[in-house]
Design a protein around this ligand. Sequence first.
Ligand SMILES: *Cc1c(COP(=O)(O)O)cnc(C)c1O
Length: 396
Amino acid sequence: MQIQLINLKRQYESIKEEVDKEVLDVLSAGQYIMGKNVKEFEREVSEYIGTKHSVSVGNGTDALIIALKALGIGKGDEVITTPFTFFATAESISFVGATPVFVDVDINTFNIDPAKIEEKITDKTKAIMPVHIFGQPCDMDAINEIAKKHNLKVIEDACQAIGSEYKGKKAGSLSDIACFSFFPTKNLGCAGDGGMIVTNDYNLATVCRALRAHGSGADGQKAFNIINNIKEDAVEDNGTDNTVYNPLKYYNYLIGQNSRLDELQAAILRVKLRNLDIWNDARRKHARFYNEQLKDTNLAAPFEADNVKHVYHLYILQSDDRSKMVNYLKENGIATGVYYPIPLHLQKAYKDLGYKEGDLPNAEYLSHRTFAIPMFAELTDEEKEYIVDTIKKFGD
Ligand SMILES: *Cc1c(COP(=O)(O)O)cnc(C)c1O
């Protein structure tokens, strides 16, 4: 048997009819940028997450960059984050000219350890960027409390955690501003790149909306007025129909970028969002099965904190002899992945920050031990049985 880490074709097959129809409708309608699907999808995400505003963008990395820029974070500023994450988390901080300051993770949850944050706060610190790694929300009460005490902003990198919950509230609604990615392998993935920023703050949302499209048009003007404290009403433009000449599009108020979710991706994501809870529940069911079946092996299973709903973007095991285990599974047709082999403070790209091995021991320890086994909603019972049986036979 051959089992992939994630099988995207199977998910598509399960919703093919609906997706194909929506995609063809977009192609026929002839409006490919900022059309009705984008608008509706933003509204639906706000409703789903429980935040007032959603601003769709081109990908998760841009979501983080635009959120940081909207908060006014840039050169000379420091942002506290985790070293045990995908590179884009810290990269976005560096991209806006700020410096990522890495704080070690909790050995159980793999998330940033709030107890170690305060010692890293300086007078340059502007924000904390926690990452809900592998689909498990961080200890947000503790993080928000520290942020409040030191007058810092909190930006959730929720790229791996759409649908997860902390104390009954959805990831993305737990901070000042939050970012999602719709990269195909994420729990809610499109057929290409996509991302979303969510917030309850109208001003932040407006600046993000302006920044994603060259700081132009009515959004640009509103954002300019907000940033410069000008109390005048912005002119309304004639909607978003880009088949019609819109002069306001050529009035630029901020230096932004071009990072929009396109109409085709939004149409696909709307169909998928309706299935997200079902898919996340299936992932949780598979995780329970793995936990139960593997509890007598010498592999450490993922830990789920009491007050969270983990959505298992990845199902992570730990082994003392990872490379042997990973090779053995490969020989038996089972795909694995190593997340993450190098913690960010030790990446070559961050050599100039001057970290050395031993600085963040938990992240380093995990980077030598963790690996993911197949996890996606459509895994069959037969596949799951085969996976756990194969793992149990390791070393026989
Ligand atoms: C995927 C991911 C991103 C970046 O998202 P893209 O859409 O690939 O740009 C950022 N942070 C984390 C934790 C991610 O998993």
